[in-house]
Design a protein around this ligand. Structure first.
Ligand code: SME
Length: 158
């Protein structure tokens, strides 16, 4: 694996095109899920400098905080609760332009304004979610969804 991450400026497509191959490289040959999630969170945070990037993993029927970068966060989220628990329940990607408009949003940080959550599947089974918070409104769109789907697909292959 590379010793140093190469971070670029540019539009979000350029940033994703830069970081995705490096994430692929980071995961190559490493079978440990937690180690890989930690490096993915660090790589995404370094490239995009979002407020919070991290993972919640399903354990005993709830989401439990996994590797992340950013402010401290709530440790457990119930099925169907918050944006994360709803993405898990609906088994779909959720884009939230304004977290204050999402009924039941769990505010781990008062700075969070918008959010994207992607379920992670291993085969047909949801094993957790990738959760990203931005300090700005409407940060995430179809471009983020497309590339972050590739990231969670890579994780699913671990
Ligand atoms: N906002 C999330 C909770 C997790 S923190 O953002 C890190 C939610 O509503 O599920």
């Amino acid at each position: 694996m590379a010793e140093q991450l190469n971070v670029v400026k540019g539009d979000k497509i350029e940033q994703y095109e830069n970081i995705l191959p490096q994430i692929r490289g980071l995961l190559e040959g490493e079978p440990d899920l937690v180690a890989n999630l930690a490096n993915v969170a660090a790589a995404l945070k370094s490239q995009f400098d979002w407020l919070w990037v991290g993972f919640y993993l399903i354990k005993s029927e709830e989401l439990v905080l996994g590797p992340f970068q950013g402010p401290i966060a709530c440790t457990r989220i119930a099925y169907g609760r918050g944006v994360c628990g709803t993405a898990w329940k609906k088994q779909e990607v959720l884009l939230v332009d304004d977290v204050e408009q999402f009924a039941g949003h769990i505010a781990c940080s008062s700075e969070a304004r918008s959010e994207i959550v992607l379920p992670i599947f291993s085969g047909q089974t949801c094993i957790g979610v990738l959760d990203i918070d931005s300090a700005h409104l409407a940060t995430f769109d179809a471009v983020d969804e497309k590339y972050l789907r590739e990231v969670v697909d890579l994780i699913a292959q671990i």
